[in-house]
Design a protein around this ligand. Structure first.
Ligand SMILES: NC(=O)c1ccc[n+]([C@@H]2O[C@H](COP(=O)([O-])OP(=O)(O)OC[C@H]3O[C@@H](n4cnc5c(N)ncnc54)[C@H](OP(=O)(O)O)[C@@H]3O)[C@@H](O)[C@H]2O)c1
Length: 343
């Protein structure tokens, strides 16, 4: 049994970490932090945790967290980088759900996140936690950068095409939509019920922070430089990401269905649907699964890949638990064997 701590336990990703870790056979959650709710019962904020988590929120302090074997940061960017160096020195493994350790280049991080990195020397040792890309590196790492939600969906969709060199790489298009929980648990006009319901819009149209992360990942599997138009949208639902991805094929003599099925045949959380099916966000809601389908409309030159994940699960907490399993040598699906809830 390992001891786990969650920094940012009152947020949406923190709540999802609790949901999975509370039932994990090899993990005991010993510390859950909140600056604003320190002292109150976790189950008073999350009644779904009654009888599963008997803890009170505590202040996020290195001295307390250092008693854990693993600490998850489900906090805004700029937080994990403050505490990770001391925790790592104490022998604690760190899994960061924020962007602090995802981007290898400190200048690129500064440009997109508008802050100076406080421990750029750790960027080299951090492993980007997309198991379908980096499983072996994840197994031996102490500092894990958990991917963003859009980057998970977009990379999983484009990876087979780029790995096999099947498409023009300079003009990929990712048209992606997210539910409102992707913005976290904050009170802001743009995320209130009357503002988002019955409406649908693109945002971040001049450049979204996930773009450099997606490009970094796609370039690592592509032989030639990737150019990507990434357009995120906010849809009036709570959970889920759907990404429609477009790429121009270099050859039409290709069996895309077979390529995707082969590419993902050993991946426990990626499910390639049969030809002609269109994945729905509700089919992965609350689960760590990614469902993908691929097609070539009118047998033309454009490959279209449709991807769905739950932004809070495969896009955040579920993937973080999958990574923890790999880092500690547990079965990869431990604690994650959950079927999506429909409707
Ligand atoms: N939401 C998603 O779908 C999603 C998907 C992938 C990745 N992520 C990333 O995961 C992280 C968490 O996202 P979220 O949506 O769960 O956020 P959230 O709902 O806004 O929750 C943030 C949590 O962080 C705590 N916190 C804030 N500032 C802190 C600080 N300086 N020190 C310690 N704790 C602090 C907050 O609690 P207190 O204020 O009480 O301390 C709160 O519990 C973000 O970096 C986000 O980008 C989110």
């Amino acid at each position: 049994m390992i001891k786990a701590g969650i920094v940012g336990g009152t947020g949406y990703s923190g709540a999802e970490l609790l949901r999975f870790l509370a039932l994990h056979p090899q993990v005991k959650v010993t510390t859950v932090t909140s600056r604003t709710d320190a002292g109150s019962l976790v189950s008073s904020m999350f009644p779904n945790m009654r009888k599963h988590v008997d803890l009170r929120f505590v202040q996020p302090e290195v001295a307390t967290l250092a008693a854990c074997d693993v600490v998850f940061f489900a906090t805004p960017h700029g937080t994990a980088m403050q505490m990770a160096p001391a925790l790592l020195k104490s022998g604690v493994k760190v899994i960061d759900l924020s962007a602090d350790f995802r981007i290898k280049d400190a200048a690129t991080f500064r440009k997109w996140y508008k802050m100076e990195h406080t421990c750029p020397e750790l960027l080299g040792q951090a492993v980007y936690g997309l198991p379908e890309l980096n499983r072996d590196l994840i197994k031996s790492c102490n500092l894990l950068a958990n991917p963003g939600c859009y980057p998970t969906a977009v990379q999983l969709g484009f990876m087979p095409l780029l790995h096999h060199g099947l498409v023009e790489t300079d003009n990929l298009v990712a048209d992606a939509k997210s539910g409102v929980s992707g913005a976290g648990k904050k009170i802001e006009l743009g995320y209130m019920l009357c503002e988002v319901s019955e409406s649908f819009k693109a945002y971040g149209i001049n450049g979204h922070r996930h773009l450099p992360e997606i490009l970094q990942g796609l370039n690592s599997v592509s032989n030639s430089k990737v150019g990507l138009t990434f357009m995120p949208h906010l849809v009036p639902m709570i959970r889920g990401i759907q990404a429609s991805l477009y790429a121009t094929l270099l050859t039409e003599q290709v069996d895309l269905q077979r390529i995707f099925e082969d590419f993902y045949k050993d991946q426990p959380f990626v499910d390639v649907l049969e030809t002609g099916l269109s994945p729905e966000t509700r089919s992965v809601r609350g689960s760590n699964n990614c469902q993908i389908s691929v097609c070539r409309p009118q047998n033309g030159k454009t490959a279209v890949v449709l991807v769905v994940i739950d932004n809070l699960v495969k896009g955040a907490a579920g993937q973080a638990v999958q990574n923890m399993n790999l880092m500690f040598g547990f079965p990869e699906a431990a604690g994650l064997d959950i079927i999506a809830a429909i409707p």
